[in-house]
Design a protein around this ligand. Structure first.
Ligand code: ASC
Length: 160
């Protein structure tokens, strides 16, 4: 009897757990979860357009002036977007964002501003079509990426 009861209870607990999972899967994401998804996708989109610029700078693909100028313009615009996704409370969940983004928001703003500034310069330079100047400025954009990652993005190993 005792065993039967606990089996029934176990079944109920399992069912409750299952229902909970199904319900959770049905829930629309919270605004915080949506913000995390948004900013990740914005960085992904930015990188999609920055990629050919980096490959051109490395000599992996031939320099195409029109494509690079267009992509640099897109990157300059896209660099403005992700900061909107760092809303309060979106420091928890599927994110590598460090708490310093919120505790030292002035410094984070400086880093985001630096990305906007360097990508705007890249767009301007890319119009001119001087490949050496483009390479140099693309390097400065990468430095802006890296410096922000160093201060504000958790590494894979300290994710937890
Ligand atoms: C890139 C890219 C980054 C930065 C970083 C610079 O091209 O995708 O995240 O440059 O690697 O160190």
């Amino acid at each position: 009897m005792l065993i039967k009861m606990s089996k029934a209870m176990l079944s109920m607990a399992l069912l409750a757990g299952f229902v909970g999972v199904v319900q959770a899967a049905d829930q629309p994401p919270s605004r915080e979860e949506a913000a995390i998804k948004f900013r990740k996708s914005a960085y992904t989109t930015l990188m999609w357009y920055f990629g050919p610029i980096v490959r051109t700078a490395k000599g992996d693909i031939p320099y195409d002036k029109g494509l690079i100028a267009r992509n640099a313009e897109y990157v300059a615009f896209l660099s403005k977007l992700p900061r909107d996704g760092f809303i309060p409370g979106s420091d928890k969940g599927e994110t590598k964002a460090k708490p310093e983004i919120w505790t030292n928001s002035a410094k984070f703003k400086d880093a985001a501003d630096a990305l906007e500034r360097e990508t705007a310069k890249l767009a301007e330079i890319a119009k001119g079509g001087n490949l050496e100047a483009i390479k140099e400025q693309a390097g400065k954009v990468q430095k802006a990426c890296k410096s922000c990652h160093d201060d504000f993005k958790k590494k894979e190993e300290d994710k937890k």
